[in-house]
Ligand binder design. Sequence first.
Ligand code: EPZ
Length: 422
Amino acid sequence: MDRIEIDGGIQLKGKIKISGSKNASLPILAATLLTDKKLQISNIPELADIHSMISLLRSLNTKIEFSKNCCLIKSNKPDSLNVSYDLVRKMRASFLILGPLLTRYGYAEVSMPGGCAIGTRPVDIHLDGFEKMGAKFKIENGYVKGKVAGKLKGNIVKLKKISVGATENLMMAATLADGITIIKNAAKEPEIIDLANFLNKIGADIKGYGTSEIIIKGKKKLEDCKFKIMPDRIEAGTFVLMVFGCSGKVILENINDNVSDHLIKIFSPLKNLKLEKKNNGEKLYVEKIRKKNVNLKVSTREYPGFPTDLQAQLTASLIKSKGKSEIKENIFENRFMHVSELKRMGADLTLEGSKILINGVKDIYGAEVMATDLRASSCLIIAGLMAKGKTIINRVYHLDRGYENIEKKLQNCGIKIIRVNR
Ligand code: EPZ
C-alpha cells in the first residue's frame, strides 16, 4: 500500500491548477444512463472514484473512453440491471445510478451502500422519494430491488432532511417521468446546479435548481451534448487551508467566479488570510498575512454554509493558531476520525459531542499517521506541512479518491512530499 512522506516547515509558494469537481462528475456520469446519444464530458478529474463509476457504467453496457480528463460516452441498454456489491461497496455515489435506471428501464437492483468512516449514511430519503413517484422496493440479500409499473409519475416530493445525493437521484429520475415533479427542501450545492445544467443541455426541463424547490417537467427522451465539469471547490478550499496552516502565497487557477466568491465567503472569519480574485474570479490569490490570535466558532452546514467536506482541513489548519477555536459538525455523526491522529502529532484538541475544541499550540511534530477517510487524509497533509520533522501518512488510497496529482501540485509549490510504494 502506498504511503506519503512530507517534510514539514516549508511555506507554500506557487501556482496550483484546480481539477474538475469529483462531486459534480459522479452524478453527471450517472446521468449519462438517461440517454443513448453520444456525450463528451471534459474537465473530469483522474481519481479512483471516477474510475469506480466508469467501471460501474461499463458493467451496464455503456461504452466509455476516458483520457486527458475527457470522457466520450455512449450508453446502451444494459444486459442486466443488477449492479454488483463489489462495484457499489467501493463508493457510495454508485447509488446515484438508481434514479436513472428506474426512470429509463423501470427496474434496478443496486447493492445497499454500506456506511463508512464518517457515518451510517442511510438511503431512506432516496427510496421515500422514488416511492412517491410510483416505484416499489424490496430489500433482499443486501440489495435494493426497485420496480416501476410503466413510467415513474411526477409528484411533489418533500425531503425530510436536506440531502445532496437524494436531490440528485430524484432530479435525474424526474427528467423522464410522466408529468411534473417538484422536489421541496432540495439541496442547493453548486454540484447540483452543475448536474441540472448538464441535464438541461441534453434536453431536460429543470427549473429552480440552486434553490430549495426544484421543478422538473418529464420528457420522453433526452439527447446528446458536450459539457465541461465545474471546478472542485473542496479541492480549492483544501489548498486555501494549507496556506492558512503553513503560511505562504499561492494562486489557484482553473476556478471560476462562483467558486471564488464561495471560498471568500466561507473563509471570511479567517482574518489573517488574504483572498483576492484575479481574472474575473478564474484565479484566486491566497496569502497568509500577519499572525494574530484566532478565536473561531464555525458550524458545518448545508450549502451555502461552511462545507462539512472542509471541516477536517479547517481543524488541522487551526492547530498552531494562537487562541481557542470551536468547530461543530452538524452533517455527519462521526466525522471526527482525524482528531486522534492530529493529537498524536501534538495538537491540543478535545472532542465534546459533535464539537471539536481547538487550543492553539506553538509546535506540532511529524509522526507516522493513518488516513481514515478522504477528507481526513488531506487534513493529515496539512498537519504534515505544519509539523516539525517528517510525517508519514499510511492508507493514502483514501486520498486518491478525491485529490488528483496532489503530490505534484505541492512539489510545484516547493514542498518536499513523495509517494512511497511499500
Ligand atoms: C454528498 O454526499 C457528497 N458526496 C459528500 O462528499 C458530502 O459530504 C455530502 O454530500 C454533504 O455535503 C458526493 O457528492 C459524491 P447527503 P451524500 O445525502 O449525498 C443523511 C466527499 O468528501 N442522509 O447530503 O451522501 C446523511 O447520513 C464526500 O467528497 C439520510 O439520513 O450526502 C448525512 O447525515 C463525503 N438519509 C446527511 O443526510 C438519506 O437517504 C447529508 O447526506 C440520505 C442522507
